[in-house]
Design a binder for this molecule. Structure first.
Ligand code: FES
Length: 113
């Protein structure tokens, strides 16, 4: 009988973008929190009401990437939409949300020469 060696599985921390601008590196220790709560922490302008996947108020378009639902959403969604109040990023995630007023990380300018 062949023994298999233990395999370590490292999951890359997803980057959350707003219209292509990097907002944050997702911390899996935050997994108890929803994407909506993390976006609100960063002062991203997003609507919410029920905060439980029912009303659809937080419906957000996904430009690229995917999410994983921590609570099954009840509101109807298109294939390229998510409900941040009840999901977390599954991989790098680019959302169609404005960065206006959001607490974006500083942009580092590299100069070569
Ligand atoms: S706030 Fe109601 S579905 Fe997200």
């Amino acid at each position: 009988m062949k023994m298999s060696s233990p395999t370590l599985i490292f999951k890359k921390r997803p980057i959350v973008y707003l219209q292509g601008e990097p907002l944050l590196l997702w911390n899996w220790q935050q997994e108890q929190r929803t994407l909506l709560e993390i976006l609100e922490d960063k002062k991203v302008r997003i609507f919410s009401e029920c905060r439980s996947g029912f009303c659809g108020a937080c419906r957000t378009k996904i430009r690229s990437g995917s999410v994983r639902y921590v609570t099954e959403p009840l509101a109807a969604l298109a294939a390229d939409e998510c409900l941040p109040c009840c999901c977390v990023p599954n991989e790098d995630l680019d959302l169609e949300l404005s960065s206006d007023g959001a607490n974006m990380p500083p942009v580092y300018q590299h100069s070569y020469g």
